[in-house]
Design a protein around this ligand. Structure first.
Ligand code: NDP
Length: 448
């Protein structure tokens, strides 16, 4: 039987990073993946989503160009061409991932892996032994259990939806729901978004949530709050969604974007003694060791923070502990994140509400404005920028933005937060003019 220092189950962001880094440090490594390399991020998540978001932005860019002197026949959108071009690019990335693994000396095994015992993995009938095992099997979309839920699609199916949905119902108020509501609205669908709570993007800063919901609505997304689907049925020419309040909607497709659950089943984990937590995620300690210490897990399957860069960082901690100096740690504070709504959301640090709980007295700086570009574009889009400052220490503890390229802008400010920058330091930083980002270093007066 082949023996490896490390066997990685899952070829997504966390698994590929761990396998490559371990192999490059001299370990013998195998990785099993049944599907396309790159996992959710590359195949059914971040990357195709961002490509579709770019596609959707062009829709408004054509309109806005008129104010800058451009004219011409209104362009038409070809959904088939977008899908085809996306598929080609994703295949290219699958190839890049494969090359990276093979180039690093990782043995790639095609098929679903299952633990035969705590040190033996079976892949497509072949048994191999491993000193260490890393489970990086990610997560999968979860649909609520209402009558007719099988008629709803998830983010797994949306990228290749056939035909283009002229009327789309989105269920959920999280990242995926808000992003696809914006994207399909931008591509020309009539989008209704139902969220069960009082405001979308629970967990984000309240000002930011209200602001982005209003901006999405201005662009045409019909956001219905405190709303639930009671049932879904086929109807002539589409689907009929009956809501909990008795209202009904006729649509072409329903996207359930109601959370993602860990892929921890069917792997023989519990039989090998690995404990799952109450949400079905693999329970791990600070070093990502499960209850069977040589079996580790990272990424969405441990359900801490479902973000690719976090899975990458977790993978690096595991590899460093197993094959390196063992000094690397991960800091879950101040993880910057973006939501690719239209306009984008970018955020790092604490919301105003969380900061108030932690620090008490705060100073809040807030700026809402029409970006320079939209003075001629005739778009009504506005931006929001907000700083949350701990009054006692003067430290900036939250940076929040709604506006074009918010993710690009907030990434840099995430470094400032990690460096514990004070508001005085922000104030002494020279702005780059004319940009939206300069607003973060020129807000002088706290709001009341
Ligand atoms: P989220 O957890 O972000 O959102 C799930 C949404 O579905 C919430 O609004 C939740 O409501 C709602 N919901 C859950 N269960 C039900 C139900 N039974 N009935 C009605 N509504 C329900 O999950 P997503 O699926 O949007 O995304 C999964 C994760 O993937 C994200 O949390 C994020 O970490 C990651 N991701 C990151 C992206 C990025 O970085 N840009 C993009 C896409 C995904 P409630 O708030 O009331 O619980």
């Amino acid at each position: 039987m082949q023996e490896y220092d490390l066997f990685v189950i899952g070829g997504g962001s966390g698994g590929v990073r761990a396998a490559r880094m371990a192999a490059q440090s001299g370990a013998t490594v195998a990785l099993a993946e049944a599907g396309a390399l790159g996992g959710t991020c590359v195949n059914l998540g971040c990357i195709p989503k961002k490509l579709y978001s770019y596609a959707a932005h062009y829709g408004e860019a054509f309109d806005e160009a008129q104010g800058f002197g451009w004219s011409g026949a209104p362009p038409t959108f070809d959904w088939e061409r977008l899908k085809r071009n996306r598929a080609i690019e994703i295949m290219r990335l699958n190839g890049v991932y494969e090359k990276l693994l093979i180039g690093a000396g990782v043995q790639l095994m095609r098929g679903r892996a299952r633990l035969a015992d705590a040190h033996t993995v079976e892949v497509a009938g072949e048994l191999v032994r491993a000193t260490n095992i890393l489970v990086a099997t990610g997560g999968a979309p979860h649909k609520p259990d209402f009558p007719g839920h099988e008629l709803a699609i998830t983010s797994n199916e949306i990228f290749d939806l056939e035909p283009f949905p002229r009327r789309l119902l989105v269920i959920g108020g999280g990242y995926i729901a808000c992003e696809f509501a914006s994207i399909f609205s931008g591509l020309g669908s009539r989008v209704t978004q139902l969220y069960r709570g009082a405001q979308v993007l629970r967990g984000f800063d309240d000002d930011l949530r209200a602001f982005v919901a209003a901006e999405m609505a201005k662009k045409g997304v019909d956001i219905r709050l405190n709303a639930q689907v009671a049932s879904l049925q086929r109807a002539a020419g589409g689907l009929r969604a009956t809501l909990a309040d008795g209202d009904a909607l006729e649509v072409d497709a329903v996207l359930a974007a109601t959370g993602r659950w860990p892929n921890a089943g069917g792997l023989g984990l519990q039989e090998a003694g690995v404990r799952l937590d109450e949400h079905g995620a693999i329970a791990v300690d600070d070093a990502f060791r499960s209850s069977v210490p040589h079996i580790c897990a990272v990424g969405d399957v441990i359900d801490r923070v479902q973000l690719t860069p976090v899975a990458l960082a977790e993978a690096m901690v595991v590899v460093d502990r197993l094959f390196g100096a063992g000094k690397r740690t991960i800091d879950y504070e101040n993880i910057p994140t973006a939501v690719f709504t239209h306009p984008n959301v970018g955020t790092v640090g604490l919301t105003e509400a969380r900061a108030r709980e932690r620090y008490g007295a705060l100073r809040i700086y807030r700026s809402e404005f029409r970006p320079l570009k939209h003075t001629l574009s005739m778009s009504g889009e506005r931006s929001l920028m907000k700083l949350v400052v701990d009054d006692a220490s003067d430290r900036v503890v939250g940076v929040h933005m709604v506006g074009a390229d918010a993710g690009e802008i907030v990434q840099g400010f995430a470094v400032a937060l990690k460096a514990a920058a004070t508001k005085a330091l922000f104030d002494s930083t020279i702005g780059i003019h004319p940009t939206a980002a300069e607003e973060f270093v020129t807000m002088r007066e706290p709001v009341g």
